[in-house]
Design a protein. Structure first.
Length: 546
């Protein structure tokens, strides 16, 4: 046989072709992850500030955000332009501005400072003064900066204390809000028409008025404290000079962070980077999700994945055990296996519609009629929430768990079952003590695949409980601590909302990359935990079989 014939008959071109495709896919995946990491993690690095002066003498402070060459005809020089983040959205009306490189003069602004604010983005300028309840302070930025930082820290602490008082007031109002729901439900025309309906409604109103009157007396000192703190907050102002010479007053309590990026050492840059990253992970969103953190979305995603896993694993494992260990080979069994395989390919939005119809409108409404009738027609479980979203995703991923569990069961040698039965064990004991422990690596493989798919799904959640922003987390210090009926935020939906529904797309773009990186990292960590458990069980089962 010729060498060329052997080359084709042995399939070497196909081996090289498939290998090349694998390498290409890995390169594309690495490129995608690289783009996400660079744009997501790079957003928190304190870049240097520069002064940009145009031909007409207008001056801006900014930091480089992007650079590109403008298209030109063949043979013509290709002009370049640079996009700068200029801050001061409330002054300029935008966060970013493009400048032709040939039309501006750029210089390093050594003494300029960055003032990160609660609203309207960052402010780039120079500190020229500040005021407190004790008086006003003016001077050079270097001389008054330490005193201003101490005053700013006190203003921030008082603002946080004011918010804590507001949260305490809200927690004290929960019993009154509960009675408000009952009053609204009792005042429904259908319930008023029932015998004794109006009397019950009036009695509830009397109870509500009594509770609220007592609450007003108890929380009046809290309101007075909040008002006193608010008046102090109005007195504490920071005066910043912009590059054009104008000044801007900002509440000192609204300055989250201030630093001189051009004067930071490497250690200072790393500390600032860690502070900004920690704020992103541990704080709430602000300004229509275009700034701030992602803690509600992160917590909601983790809780949803955990609840989904708790629901899907027993359901998928029990179904696989029946199909593989108990069911006889028949036409019905083949139909069931075909249905399971087809379910894995059903679009996720179909599961969302099913979850909305079955879990929310049927099961949730039934629970409300049985256990929360005093709140009807205001729904408790008859609306989207964390529980229904988790169960919907459990149904979405159950085919994956069934298939992986069946493969794990099939990998257990038949001699193990026969030996256990020969020693007098029942079939159930054989499954519980022999088959399932040896099949556990396959079961955890199904869990890994289910978590990977469920954590990234968004379409079903949009119909079963996810929202762009929440006021209460699904978990808190109030009994029963885990509130599965509440709506929640999700990292995947947060990415969609920030990237495509944001009123300020340019400012929100870095947050899209950062949130995407956090979602990928969360899925990797959850999978890594399951992989570690699977490997330990696999080593244990191999040791037991020796």
């Amino acid at each position: 046989m010729s060498r060329s014939g052997g080359f084709w008959s042995q399939g070497i071109p196909f081996v090289w072709g498939t290998g090349s495709m694998v390498v290409l896919i890995l390169l594309l995946l690495a490129g995608l992850l690289g783009i996400i990491v660079v744009n997501g993690l790079g957003h928190f690095w304190p870049d240097r500030l520069v002064t940009v002066t145009t031909r007409d003498g207008t001056t801006y402070l900014g930091r480089v955000a992007a650079h590109e060459e403008v298209y030109a005809s063949t043979g013509s020089p290709r002009p370049a332009r640079t996009k700068y983040e200029i801050g001061a959205r409330d002054v300029y009306g935008l966060d970013f501005k493009w400048f032709d490189d040939s039309a501006v003069v750029v210089s390093v602004a050594d003494s300029a400072a960055v003032f990160e604010r609660l609203t309207d983005g960052s402010l780039f300028g120079y500190l020229v003064g500040f005021s407190t309840e004790e008086g006003a302070y003016q001077g050079q930025m270097a001389s008054i900066w330490p005193t201003w930082e101490a005053a700013r820290d006190q203003a921030r602490a008082d603002l946080q204390h004011s918010r804590d008082l507001e949260h305490e007031i809200a927690s004290r109002y929960r019993p009154a809000n509960d009675v408000d729901r009952k009053v609204a439900a009792a005042g429904h025309p259908e319930r008023l028409a029932r015998p004794g309906g109006r009397e019950s409604w009036l009695a509830l109103q009397t109870e509500r008025d009594s509770i609220k009157a007592q609450l007003e007396r108890d929380i009046r000192p809290l309101y007075d404290s909040i008002e006193a703190l608010r008046q102090l907050d109005l007195l504490r102002q920071t005066q910043v000079r912009l590059p054009d010479g104008s000044t801007r007053n900002v509440r000192s309590s609204h300055v989250l962070r201030a630093y001189h990026p051009n004067q930071l050492s490497l250690a200072g840059r790393i500390a600032t980077y860690a502070s900004r990253s920690g704020e992103f992970l541990l704080t709430w969103p602000r300004e229509a999700n275009t700034s701030g953190g992602i803690i509600p979305a992160l917590l909601g995603t983790v809780l949803m994945v955990l609840l989904m896993t708790v629901a899907v694993v027993p359901l998928g494992v029990v179904a696989a055990l029946y199909l593989h260990e108990y069911a006889r080979d028949s036409f019905f069994l083949r139909i069931v296996r075909l249905a399971v395989s087809n379910l894995a390919g059903v679009p996720s939005i179909v599961f969302g519609v099913f979850g909305l119809g079955f879990f929310v409108y049927f099961l949730g409404a039934g629970i409300d009629r049985l256990f929360f009738s005093e709140y009807l027609p205001s729904p408790t479980f008859g609306t989207g929430g964390l529980l229904w979203a988790s169960l919907t995703l459990a149904l979405l991923t159950v085919p994956v768990v069934i298939v992986a569990t069946e493969e794990g069961l099939a990998a257990v040698p038949r001699s193990y079952r026969e030996g256990s039965l020969a020693l007098g064990a029942t079939r159930f004991q054989t499954l519980r003590r022999i088959v399932i422990p040896h099949a556990m690596p396959g079961i955890l493989t199904g869990v890994i695949l289910a978590v990977s798919r469920g954590a990234g799904e968004v379409a079903p959640l949009m119909l079963t409980g996810v929202v762009p922003l929440v006021t209460d987390l699904p978990v808190d210090a109030a009994a029963p601590f885990l509130h599965v009926e509440r709506k929640f935020m999700h990292l995947g939906f947060h990415i969609y909302d920030v990237g495509f529904q944001s009123p300020n797309v340019e400012a929100a773009k870095p947050l899209v990359y950062s949130t995407t990186f956090v979602l990928i990292l969360l899925v990797v960590l959850l999978n890594l935990l399951a992989i570690i458990m699977r490997n330990r069980l696999r080593r244990r089962s191999r040791g037991a079989s020796v």
